[in-house]
Design a protein around this ligand. Structure first.
Ligand code: WT7
Length: 703
């Protein structure tokens, strides 16, 4: 890392702009009923009790064979948790609740069209559906323990049913976010070598029945190019018996699940007793290079961790009605819609569609109607609801005891609207910082025991000991006022085990930089580097400043610059492409693309549209750039490297900084005038940026 990036993470001066917010105390009504109300729990999870403290989480589960070793560190950093133990995740999330809660709703599914009926799936019902689908996977598809099955499913109950059916068989699932393109899905099928794809014909989004099955055909073609042939495509139907897609069913390859299930009615499948260390699922996430990383999550450690954090941080009791408005296609949904809440035997609400459809009162109508008392969402959604319907929450009669925010830093002002208007001043809020890699929360507050502080996520959660390191590996003490690289000093049970197929990349990306001694088998020598810049206040609370690599966080989700750029250069006319973030008040960051053309082509709005389309089809709508700028050339260093920080500064009307190292400094002013002139015409001039935002742009992509 060279100077500019170093400046971002290592610059003591960020502290000058750090405005400490005051504390908010948890409401008394909340404390009275909280799962973690006795401060003794902090002592039980203190560092001197590590790793045995996690027995408390493991004991929330039902084990077929109890484990012998809490933490095995013999092969760093491939830590093993609860070694010797065996269990089944589907048994833990479904079967074991039947005795007490057979006819209680496990899932309440809310379709997007308001006239369609809400569907309650009881634990008994879920048990039947999981067993039948597991039987189909086993007997019709022939999948076995350890095989991978890819899902490309929207927010329907069939998604958790499919996940739990795989878990029942010891089969590894890999859900690709439904909004991702067929191509993105195909790449993930190939990387995981899945022979089975589970998809759906269509689903509702923003009032439209989206044709989803079409993406499966594209996915299979892409997987084939990469050497993987999918044998069977299982198609759930949004309305059983009615096909909602234009895409033809391929004979002998594509099957309607509702038809196949007729052969498995009432079939029971014995849950396979899996070693704690067996992989449960893969979840792909973006890194700095083109290939997304398949984060491999474990069975026992993962389930224990999400159950424990759901209990103490989400404060889930079996009798709560819990609603996480994330998508199950992201890790948040896996951990905190499906596995954590169901392991605890609560009722988890799943909403199919867009939060603001048909109007921004929708979430509050759902909350009122279903009696939701725990609500979980992301800053991007909060900002959207606040913008479109600031007065809507007051119109509905619901009461939240607890609310969560996740995915990106939340502005204190937005936090206060969440607290006052959505929570009506009665709910405890937890701001939960973590990543796809981590399985569950890393930084947050214990809602009854630790005060809230808007804009800070809180200290390390139970059993997580964070530290902030400077570039040279020195620890920055809490309260030092300096920002650095946030790391977790210890292993924890929820962590991913490796990057699927790339153990070297796993070590290199997360452990290499701060490993004290590669020969050491002591976990203390192997801090986990999260890749976020952060500051820690004197009270231990972390304030996350954002990614230190070239990843753009759009609406709480990571998009790799390389992925965006390689999608753009698939357009015939494009010679070079560079992706930069632009501050967006709703989505946090949006993507802007700069492209230059091959000789012989001239700029046109068609080419801009082609670039947008290419990104949409390679990655998905979420990645669609706000603008595509066709430029005569990119600002480059003498060694030919595109200086992304220069164009990022232009896009954000920030100070362009030093351009003396450029081979072609004269181009910068041309680009600036063109881009900023257009932006002014389009009314896209940003608000005044904060010092941190300016720093981010000045360091973006710099080496
Ligand atoms: C990145 C992880 C966590 C599941 C959803 C996103 C940012 C996440 C917070 C928060 C500030 C946050 C970080 C992190 N982030 N939560 N509460 N406050 N920043 O998972 O796609 O793997 O993204 O999101 O930069 O590294 P992900």
């Amino acid at each position: 890392m060279k100077d500019a990036k170093k400046a971002q993470v290592d610059d003591a001066h960020i502290a000058v702009h750090w405005k400490e917010e005051g504390y908010y105390q948890p409401p008394a009504r909340f404390i009275g009923q909280a799962n973690a109300a006795d401060p003794d729990i902090l002592e039980r999870f203190s560092e001197e009790h590590f790793p045995d403290c996690f027995k408390e989480y493991a004991d929330l589960l039902t084990w077929d064979t109890y484990w012998q070793t809490t933490l095995d560190t013999s092969n760093p950093p491939f830590w093993k948790w609860f070694v010797g133990g065996r269990l089944n995740v589907s048994y833990n999330c479904v079967d074991r609740h039947l005795a007490t809660s057979r006819n209680k709703a496990a899932i309440i599914w809310v379709p997007e069209p308001e006239e369609e009926r809400t569907e309650a799936v009881t634990y008994q019902d879920l048990y039947g559906r999981v067993n039948e689908f597991a039987a189909l996977l086993r007997d019709f598809c022939g999948v076995k323990v350890g095989d991978r099955v890819t899902f490309h499913l929207p927010m329907v109950p069939e998604l958790p049913v499919s996940m739990l059916a795989c878990a029942r068989l010891g089969v590894i699932h890999s859900e690709v976010f439904g909004g991702f393109s067929g191509m993105a899905c195909g790449g993930r099928i190939a990387d995981s070598q899945s022979r089975i794809l589970v998809t759906m014909d269509g689903y509702y989004r923003n009032g439209e029945l989206v044709d989803h099955k079409a993406k499966a055909d594209e996915a299979l073609a892409v997987a084939r190019e990469q050497g993987i042939e999918v044998d069977k495509v299982l198609v759930w139907r949004r309305h059983a018996g009615q096909y909602a897609s234009e895409s033809p069913m391929v004979d002998g390859r594509d099957f309607f699940v509702d038809e196949l299930l007729n052969d498995y009615r009432g079939t029971l499948v014995e849950p396979v007793s899996m070693p704690a260390e067996a992989p449960l699922f893969l979840m792909y996430t973006s890194g700095t290079t083109a290939l997304p990383k398949g984060c491999q999550h474990s069975t026992g450690g993962y389930l224990a961790y999400v159950a424990g954090t759901s209990k103490y941080y989400q404060d889930i009791h079996p009798e709560d009605t819990y609603w996480c408005l994330a998508d199950i296609g992201w890790i948040t949904g896996h951990s905190y819609i499906v596995y954590g809440p169901l392991a605890l035997g609560t009722t988890s609400v799943i909403y199919e569609g867009v939060p603001t459809y048909p109007d921004p009162g929708r979430p509050w109508r759902i909350a009122e109607r279903l009696g939701v008392n725990i609500f979980h969402t992301a800053p991007t959604t909060i900002r959207m609801l606040r913008k479109l319907g600031p007065d809507e929450p007051a119109k509905y009669n619901y009461r939240f005891k607890h609310m969560t925010t996740v995915g990106e830093p939340i502005e204190p002002e937005v936090w206060r609207w969440y607290y006052d208007s959505v929570g009506k001043g009665e709910a405890a809020i937890v701001d939960t910082w973590w990543q796809t890699e981590n399985g569950g929360f890393l930084g947050s507050t214990l809602p009854a025991l630790q005060a809230m502080k808007p804009g800070s996520c809180g200290p390390g959660v139970l059993g997580i000991y964070p530290a902030i390191y400077d570039e040279d590996g020195n620890v920055l003490e809490p309260g030092s006022g300096r920002a650095g690289n946030v790391c977790i000093r210890n292993p924890w049970p929820g962590s991913f085990q490796t990057i699927w197929g790339s153990p070297e990349r796993f070590i290199q990306t997360y452990y290499e930089k701060y490993c004290a001694n590669k020969e050491s088998k002591d976990w203390r020598d192997w801090p986990y580097m999260a890749g976020d810049g952060a500051m820690q206040a004197a009270d231990g609370y972390l304030r996350i400043l954002g990614r230190i690599d070239d990843v753009i966080n759009v609406a709480g989700h990571r998009l790799g610059t390389k992925e965006l750029e390689s999608a753009s250069i698939t357009v015939e006319e494009i010679a070079e492409a560079a992706a930069v973030p632009v501050i967006d008040d709703i989505r946090g960051r949006a993507v802007e693309m700069y492209v230059s053309l091959k000789p012989g082509f001239s700029a046109s709005s068609e080419i801009e549209k082609k670039v947008s389309k290419a990104i949409e089809s390679h990655i998905g709508k979420i990645a669609r750039p706000k603008n595509v700028w066709i430029v005569p050339d990119m600002p480059k260093t003498r060694s030919g490297k595109i200086m992304r920080r220069v164009i990022a500064s232009i896009s954000n009307f920030a100070d362009i900084g030093d351009t003396t190292t450029l081979a072609n400094p004269e181009i910068v002013e041309d680009i600036r005038q063109h881009v900023q002139g257009e932006k002014v015409d389009r009314g896209e001039t940003p608000r005044e940026l904060t010092a941190e935002e300016l720093k981010e742009m000045a360091a973006f992509g710099a080496e």
